[in-house]
Design a protein around this ligand. Structure first.
Ligand SMILES: [Zn+2]
Length: 327
């Protein structure tokens, strides 16, 4: 059952058979509104609404490029329903080319459902959350490793055994990702993903790429992932591209280095490692290896690694190791 049809997001209004644009204000600078650009693709026929947001971490622009690529190839005459594209879910982080909000240093994707009477990033999260929940039948949140990390292509959903969670799993499979992280990790409880799912709206995160580069192949992955979800929802015509036997992961352990230096990966992202496997080394400015970084669990999927030769301080978060439950 889809939500009411007249999708309005800030100044952007859906119009049958058209791609319309506008902005959504999430806060205010000293001299004016803090807005994200909004694109809305509306089919000629009524149907559900898919909310897709990119760049809640300001350096992660792959999802926004994927949205544009998909929007350019959509046949709106044959589409049933609406795709809302939020191009910069944390606008000041996007403008400042920063993962976190420049004003308060907050990671906005840990602050949901937000607080309309709280600090700056919490207020932004609240506006985004309430706006999405008013119009969305499903939510996609698009991420990458940005400029500091590299991640493989995988999908993530919030596993709270609710009906929305079960439907989230179907959407995650429809992204085409062969790796699926079903999360109930406490450090992700403040994500848009977890909170939209709790509010009964199926949600999925797609991760892909990073390392400060964006090859066209990764833009294609994002575009195809969004299209896959839109097909699963019946918005875009065509067969769903559901994955049959995904590799499944659960609980993620974050890995921090002890010593500062250059980060030198020993394995690639997406690799499966045993507990204790050396996944990276820290090299000092004289070329000496001063620390070996090992996987804290296993078999573990390397869902993120700091980018090669990133200069790191002690206690930087340099890897994510997600327990594999079904190889
Ligand atoms: Zn991110």
């Amino acid at each position: 059952m889809s939500k009411r049809r007249a999708t309005v997001v800030g100044t952007a209004k859906a119009a049958r058979g058209r791609w319309t644009t506008g902005t959504l204000a999430l806060g205010r600078y000293p001299d004016g509104p803090i807005t994200t650009p909004v694109n809305i693709a509306c089919g000629a026929t009524d149907g559900p609404t898919l909310w897709v947001q990119a760049a809640i971490h300001g350096t992660e622009t792959g999802g926004a490029m994927g949205l544009l690529k998909l929007f350019r190839r959509l046949d709106l005459a044959s589409m049933r329903g609406t795709i809302v594209g939020i191009m910069a879910a944390n606008p000041s982080a996007f403008r400042g080319y920063s993962r976190n909000t420049p004003f308060d240093g907050e990671n906005m994707n840990r602050l949901f459902p937000g607080n309309a009477a709280g600090g700056h990033s919490r207020r932004q999260a609240s506006v985004l959350m309430e706006t999405a929940c008013a119009v969305a039948d499903a939510v996609m949140d698009l991420h990458s490793g940005g400029d500091q990390a590299v991640v493989p292509f995988y999908a993530l959903y919030w596993d709270d055994r609710s009906e929305a969670s079960k439907r989230s799993r179907e959407l995650a499979l429809a992204t085409g990702a062969k790796d699926l992280w079903r999360s109930s990790d406490t450090w992700l409880e403040g994500t848009m993903l977890a909170n939209a799912t709790r509010r009964g709206i199926p949600s999925v995160i797609v991760e892909c790429g990073g390392g400060g580069s964006l090859p066209e192949s990764e833009v294609d992955i994002f575009a195809d992932a969004i299209e896959g979800v839109a097909r699963q929802m019946g918005i875009v015509p065509g067969p769903a591209r559901r994955r049959k036997a995904p590799r499944e992961m659960t609980r993620c352990l974050l890995v921090f280095n002890r010593k500062g230096g250059y980060f030198v990966p020993a394995v690639g992202v997406g690799a499966i490692v045993d507990k204790g496997t050396v996944i990276a080394r820290i090299m000092d400015p004289h070329g000496r290896v001063i620390e070996q970084i090992r996987s804290p669990n296993g078999p573990a999927y390397l869902a993120a690694l700091a980018r090669p030769y990133l200069p790191v301080y002690s206690g930087a978060m340099v890897a994510e190791c997600v327990k594999v439950v079904q190889p």
